[in-house]
Ligand binder design. Sequence first.
Ligand SMILES: C[S@@+](CC[C@H](N)C(=O)[O-])C[C@H]1O[C@@H](n2cnc3c(N)ncnc32)[C@H](O)[C@@H]1O
Length: 256
Amino acid sequence: MENNKIIENNKSYWNENADYWFGTTALPKYGVKFVTEDELHLFGDVSGKKMLEICCGSGHSLKYHADRNAGELWGVDLSEKQLDNAREYLAQNGYTANLICSPMEAELDVPKEYFDFVYSIYGIGWTTDLQGTLDKFASYLKKDGIFIFSWHHPLHYCVAWSCEERKDVIEDEKLVFHRSYFDESYFTMPVHDSEIILCNRKISTYVNALAKAGFVIEQMIEQNDRETMESTEDTSDKTRKAKMLPISVCFKARKL
Ligand SMILES: C[S@@+](CC[C@H](N)C(=O)[O-])C[C@H]1O[C@@H](n2cnc3c(N)ncnc32)[C@H](O)[C@@H]1O
């Protein structure tokens, strides 16, 4: 499928379902059952810093930085509805941001060599052009500027419990590969009477695209949160899976 058709499909999904996800994937969380910014401190002191959030959604991560005295807040998202929600949520909290409605794949109407941080919480995997997108992000950052992003860990999409439909055989269950780790082709996933289109990129695809765009990786995090790892009572499929493999992945990279 052509990239612009994928973007249009995903845009209509987000315009129709923005309210369902209001504030669900935002700092200090990097992902479900994942270590948080409270423990990782990847951003450090953001006071006075110029922040650009890609796929800013409902604006909760922008508010997180505003609460910590960030100097400038900029947000980009494909969905007008998400940006309406973000504008309203920030205004209710006494903040404003420069909000831009655009696919991240486009050349954004933002200053070049300007930002201290470009970041994205569960956004980057939506791009239909990873290398072009990362090249552009590098151009918006100052030298030594920081790019932070989190996304689904590729193993999470490849592996599932063998007996998901049979709760009576938990002890016989195994995690099995139901798709290849190497398969980066696009797939359609039904969600909320609609569908989204994504692909599952390998870790090396992200690492190599970051390097090619002129970033050096400072940290890569694959750690689920302590509550999940130590829980004995929660026997849900997701928690048992999270004890065996990373559900999300997070990168911190610096522009050379
Ligand atoms: C999982 S949400 C991230 C939510 C965000 N972290 C928050 O706090 O609300 C993914 C976001 O990416 C946006 N998106 C999807 N594809 C995009 C694209 N190609 N360019 C820009 N934004 C995109 C969606 O509209 C949605 O708001």
